[in-house]
Design a protein around this ligand. Structure first.
Ligand SMILES: Cc1cc2nc3c(=O)[nH]c(=O)nc-3n(C[C@H](O)[C@H](O)[C@H](O)COP(=O)(O)OP(=O)(O)OC[C@H]3O[C@@H](n4cnc5c(N)ncnc54)[C@H](O)[C@@H]3O)c2cc1C
Length: 447
């Protein structure tokens, strides 16, 4: 991705480097076929304001990208302006009052590294190169989010350029409805956020990973065990199962049981992941590693080298579920049987959301989360592989209460992503702050 510190430039459709610049904004190597009329690369807030005013004067809609990690490439639309904010990537940490102010183009790994130097922490995204802009707006399932809350809960303020070109600050005290919307509206937010003000947390003293691997023939019993164990698992553990055709240690089709843990001590962490060692299935595992101490930075980079490869054509889709596991097992077996080669993978996450959250746009979650990441590396792929994520989620739809915006696929499979009352409130705010629909709405929705 191009992140040079040059002056902001405008590149019109038809210019020789237009397509390369456009597609270079996206982590997903898919060419969606959509083309805006103009790309504006902004270097600072003044250039963002100028771009929004220009869009208004020329009657252009605006799509925004920060880190460009939207699986669905939400920022690439037909017509209008693409406003690239990746160069607004500053990080300023105020240790004395436990806050940080960052630009939307700051990367998860960069913020984590800067905070680590001061023994501070923020629930950043799991992969190093995810942009904080899109991540924070959609909710933010970050490291330790089961304990520290969704990342957007630690957003205490934003500076945002609105559709009329004004720059406003929003916090709990000032324009609180804009902060409410920024905590969860994700790719449907109706302004360009140029700065996020964050509350930062003390850094957990121990970070480590517990890993166990099963061959795929054990799928039904592993899923049933995990689903049963899930509600009792400490919030300090991100208990996940990953279906992988090149599973760690066995290098063939298997289920990786992953237990990243962030705790105050090694012994707390060992106790928190003991349920994996003590599982009745342990003897059937092909591999069980002891708890391995590991830096968060290394875990983030390893994820990108194994599961989330760049230069890959991705289709992701997701669903929240409260249903018991038994009726889902035949569908999970079909997902495994038809799984394309790595890096395609399925993620089952034990979420078990807390009973309540602050009032904010983010408002839909459930007991378990299932996401499919279809990642194709060659240009030729069978229709079944191309559609693996979308088709299997469609088949399971009746069991789901909706999707998570982090892994949205709304252009192909529009599904609920917010509680109805919150969506109605968000729509009313959008109509008020962006009456001409300057900023692109969610894909799959007219406005
Ligand atoms: C490899 C990988 C790992 C991921 N890991 C996680 C994870 O651990 N947890 C998690 O919750 N999600 C995760 N995601 C999902 C990711 O958080 C979302 O795709 C998020 O939108 C990415 O932010 P971005 O700035 O990089 O994306 P972008 O594609 O730049 O932004 C996505 C959308 O958000 C809006 N937007 C972005 N910036 C702004 C802004 N400054 N002002 C207004 N609107 C804006 C735009 O509508 C834009 O199209 C991951 C994605 C990938 C590809």
């Amino acid at each position: 991705m191009k992140r040079a510190g040059s002056r902001g430039v405008s590149i019109a459709r038809g210019a020789p480097d237009f397509d390369a610049t456009l597609l270079g904004t996206s982590f997903n190597a898919q060419d969606p076929g959509r083309r805006p009329d103009l790309i504006v690369q902004a270097n600072d807030t003044h250039e963002v304001i100028a771009a929004v005013n220009r869009a208004r004067a020329e009657g252009l809609t605006i799509g925004i990208c920060s880190g460009g990690h939207s699986w669905a490439q939400n920022h690439i639309r037909d017509g209008g302006m693409l406003l690239d904010l990746s160069r607004l990537n500053s990080i300023a940490i105020n240790e004395a009052n436990g806050t940080a102010t960052i630009g939307p183009g700051c990367l998860a790994g960069e913020l984590n590294a800067a905070l680590a130097k001061r023994q501070l922490f923020f629930p950043v995204a799991h992969a190093y190169t995810v942009g904080m802009g899109g991540f924070l707006l959609q909710g933010g399932f970050g490291w330790n989010s089961r304990a520290d809350g969704l990342a957007c809960q630690s957003v205490i303020g934003i500076d945002v350029v609105l559709a009329d070109g004004t720059l406003v600050h929003a916090s709990e005290q000032e324009n609180p409805e804009l902060l409410w919307a920024a905590r969860g509206a994700g790719p449907g937010f109706f302004g360009a956020v140029v700065r996020f003000h964050l509350k930062v947390h003390p850094r957990p003293r121990f970070v480590g990973l517990k890993l166990q691997v099963f061959r795929m023939r054990h799928l039904e019993e592993v899923m049933a065990w995990a689903d049963n164990a899930g509600p009792g698992v400490s919030p300090s553990v991100e208990f996940q199962l990953v279906f992988n055709r090149r599973a760690a240690g066995i290098f063939s089709h298997g289920i990786e049981v992953l237990g990243p843990v962030l705790a105050e001590s090694w012994s707390d962490a060992r106790e928190a992941v003991a349920f994996i060692d003590n599982s009745p299935l342990r003897k059937k595992a092909s591999l069980t590693l002891p708890l391995i101490p590991m830096s968060l930075g290394l875990m983030m980079k390893t994820g990108e080298k194994t599961l989330f490869l760049p230069n890959t054509r991705w289709t992701a889709d997701s669903m929240w579920m409260n249903d018991p596991i038994d009726p889902l097992l035949p569908a999970l077996r079909k997902i495994a049987d038809s799984q394309p080669a790595a890096p395609s993978h399925a993620l089952w996450l034990n979420w078990n959301a807390p009973p309540s959250r602050p009032d904010m746009a983010f408002s839909l979650e459930a007991r378990t989360y299932l996401a499919l990441y279809g990642g194709l590396r060659g240009m030729a792929a069978s229709p079944a592989d191309e559609n693996w994520a979308t088709d299997h989620m469609r088949a399971l739809q009746a069991h789901s209460i909706g999707i998570q915006l982090a892994d949205e696929n709304l252009g192909r499979r529009p599904m609920p992503f917010m509680a109805p009352a919150n969506l109605a409130r968000l729509d009313a705010l959008r109509a008020n702050y962006d009456p001409e629909s300057r900023f692109n709405p969610y894909m799959g929705r007219a406005s």
